[in-house]
Write a protein that binds this ligand. Structure first.
Ligand code: PEP
Ligand code: MN
Length: 262
């Protein structure tokens, strides 16, 4: 609850970036790591736009087993290499307990995806790790369920936790999900944890990402997780919701008018 830390949790990363402080933190990059060239170019574009974290999945939770499943360990190594070159931090998704040890040397933050928000064994294990975790809201999870999942990680002793609204499934089909902007101020009120918005998965269409990113910041988000691809039309996953690099740059300027973005 908020009363545990009325001033809110602040998470300091190795390069001095603080999440949950005065500044809004931007995590951007492709849905998946696809190749050395693709992730290096992505990192350069993300750094140029002024974001702090490079995102990119090496282990991908795909709806179909026949879709691209990610580059695995090779993808983790590429993420670390290009982030060191560009001065970015790395956030990437962990899908199962056996991946935790493997990932630790290569990453700065674990991402728990919507599909694993109630993978309680994974959450419990992440409570014992001393590395920050960003926990996404499940596809049909209530706020109460998000909070109880967060409690699995916190109760293990890992307080470096961020929550993320990424859209929920409703009767509406025009957008991929329904981005519940109200979850942002609700979670800010109920917890001391930094709260992020993921407008990319929230709406699923790139032209709707900038307005929902700005809305998330106006609603009090501590940061945003967004998909950007050097060539979205060729992306191996989530191309339709990935921003073009120029769009990310323009959006960063607009966000700076609303809040300090590091
Ligand atoms: C992702 O960030 O690429 C992802 C799979 O997100 P989610 O878990 O929110 O669907
Ligand atoms: Mn994605």
């Amino acid at each position: 609850g908020r009363s545990f830390r009325p001033e809110g949790t602040k998470i300091t990363f190795p390069n001095g970036v603080v999440v949950g402080g005065e500044n809004v933190t931007i995590m951007a990059g492709p849905c998946s790591v696809e190749s050395k060239e693709q992730i290096l170019l992505s990192a350069q574009q993300v750094a140029k736009a002024g974001a702090q974290f490079l995102r990119g999945g090496a282990f991908k939770p795909r709806s179909s087993p026949y879709s691209f499943q990610g580059m695995g360990l090779e993808g983790l190594k590429l993420l670390r290499d290009v982030s060191n070159e560009t001065g970015l931090l790395v956030i990437t998704e962990v899908m199962e307990i056996s991946q935790i040890e493997l990932m630790l040397p290569y990453i700065d933050c674990f991402q728990v995806g919507a599909r694993n928000m109630q993978n309680f064994n994974l959450l419990r294990e992440l409570g014992y790790v001393r590395k920050p975790v960003l926990l996404k809201r499940g596809i049909a999870a209530t706020i109460e369920e998000v909070l109880l999942s967060a409690e699995y990680i916190l109760s293990g002793g890992n307080y470096d936790l961020m929550l993320c609204e990424r859209g929920i499934r409703t009767f509406e089909t025009y957008t991929r999900n329904t981005m519940d902007i109200s979850a942002i101020p609700v979670l800010k009120k109920l917890t001391h944890l930094p709260v992020f918005g993921d407008p990319s998965h929230g709406v699923g269409k790139r032209d709707l990402v900038p307005p929902m990113a700005l809305a998330s910041i106006a609603a009090g988000a501590d940061g945003l997780l967004m998909e950007m691809h050097p060539n979205p039309d060729k992306a191996m996953s989530d191309g339709a919701q990935s921003l073009f690099p120029e769009q990310l740059e323009k959006l960063m300027e607009q966000m700076r008018m609303l809040a300090p973005v590091v």
